[in-house]
Write a protein that binds this ligand. Structure first.
Ligand code: DI6
Ligand code: FE
Length: 416
């Protein structure tokens, strides 16, 4: 029996495979056919070898195909907004000053605690739809605006419902260590204990998250507190990641590397001393240029050093109400070039292959390659750089998830 029976052949596309084994930028292939079967990519083969292979043929008419974009750092589930705080920041009040006055993350925590499940779900579903419209097929979503057992659970259950109902591939992260909640004001160590002894194990029992995150910063938690959390996660076999060196050089990245972290995120103020440790641990550096931009930051991450050490660079939106109210992965890609000096090929790897690795999905997502998940986006452009060169118009034609052309919220039949 022909093993390719039941396959779909996607013909006449330009394939930006992002396969590092292929030469040239983007692993670009023309005159090749992408073959999928059920939810997987079965093969990528030269056109002439595909003649005679049975299966449905879908003519892409010269469109560009990329792996589905992966936004590997978002805080998508929250209520309220912080537009009024932004007005204050525009008048010169700093992010840290707002936080010290009870605003910042705490104000979003207040609004999110008041919101019920249904309301949070509705808000979040709309946001996810906006991401999907730009070719995103995988999203990491953090909790972190609940800061107590019940509210962190509520947020993570919203994330689980989004995963079940929208068809989006979602990686949920526990970020209970986002900020010290008002009940623990002045007692950050006690709150870390509450997370390690209660919140983490309880919510783990429900299988509500894949990884654990912490905001390691002067206005949040120090490295000793982070280490305590990493140890608690390690005992349960849960991968860790962290918001590190966003506003100051805390040493969080070097610590995280010792615990084999999936990703170290932000790292504008990363010092050279952490680089070897990161290189050794294989931790991905997640760059978040929209938070840098919206905060009016000027201190850039050490991109040249990261390159020299061969540390994989990912790019994400950091979508959140305080420092990055932007649901656009394409804008983040543009800003990674304009603010941080990444090349176009680095940026595309940053939202595909490297972002997959940052979510522990490096062997299954982020490349157009045999054995990988058939998640890809089809675009009305000729060159990959056009995906983030001109914004305001959206060149997305189709998203394919698990081998099927998918409209957000409903999976439809394949169509040409
Ligand atoms: N760093 C960020 O950029 C966001 N969280 C974090 O740890 C900001 C979250 C917020 O201001 O609501
Ligand atoms: Fe963040």
């Amino acid at each position: 029996m022909n093993t390719l029976t039941g396959s779909t052949l996607w013909i006449n596309g330009i394939l930006a495979t992002m396969d590092p084994a292929l030469r040239g930028d983007y692993g670009l292939l023309t005159n090749h056919v992408l073959i999928t079967r059920e939810e997987s990519i079965q093969a990528v083969i030269p056109r002439e070898e595909a003649t005679g292979i049975p299966g449905e043929r879908i003519d892409l008419r010269g469109a560009l195909v990329t792996p589905g974009f992966i936004d590997c750092h978002t805080h998508l589930v929250f209520a309220g907004n912080r537009a009024a705080e932004w007005e204050q920041r525009l008048r010169g009040v700093s992010y840290e000053e707002l936080a010290a006055a009870g605003g910042g993350i705490q104000s979003t925590v207040n609004a999110t605690r008041e919101a019920d499940f249904e309301y949070l779900y509705k808000l979040s579903e709309g946001r996810l739809a906006a991401m999907a419209a730009e070719g995103v097929t995988t999203v990491e979503i953090k909790s972190g605006y609940g800061l107590d057992l019940d509210n962190e659970r509520k947020i993570l259950r919203v994330i689980r419902a989004l995963r079940e109902k929208t068809g989006m591939d979602i990686s949920p992260t526990l970020l209970a260590a986002h900020s010290v909640p008002r009940e623990f004001s002045g007692r950050p160590d006690d709150y870390i204990d509450e997370i390690c002894l209660r919140i983490l194990p309880e919510l783990r029992k429900e299988g509500l998250f894949e990884a654990v995150d912490i905001f390691c910063e002067t206005i949040a938690f120090n490295t000793e507190q982070a280490e305590k959390l990493f140890k608690a996660a390690a005992v349960l076999g849960i991968p860790v990641k962290a918001h590190n060196e966003q506003r100051s050089n805390t040493g969080g990245s070097a610590l995280l590397a010792r615990y084999g972290g999936w990703s170290t995120d932000h790292i504008e103020h990363l010092g050279g001393e952490a680089l070897q440790a990161l290189e050794k641990s294989g931790t991905v550096a997640v760059l978040l240029p929209l938070a840098f931009w919206f905060l009016g930051d000027t201190h850039r991450p050490p991109v040249s050093l990261l390159r020299q050490h061969g540390i994989p660079l990912a790019v994400a939106t950091d979508y959140n109400p305080g420092t990055s109210p932007f649901l656009s992965i394409r804008l983040a890609m543009n800003a990674a070039c304009t603010c941080f000096g990444l090349t176009a090929a680095e940026v595309l790897a940053g939202v595909t292959r490297h972002a997959a690795r940052a979510l522990g999905r490096g062997r299954t997502h982020g490349q157009l390659k045999a054995g990988y998940r058939a998640n890809f986006s089809i675009w009305a452009v000729e060159r990959p750089v056009e995906l983030f060169y001109e914004l305001g118009l959206n060149p997305l034609l189709h998203r394919v998830i698990n081998g099927r052309i998918s409209r957000f919220g409903q999976k439809t039949d394949k169509e040409s």
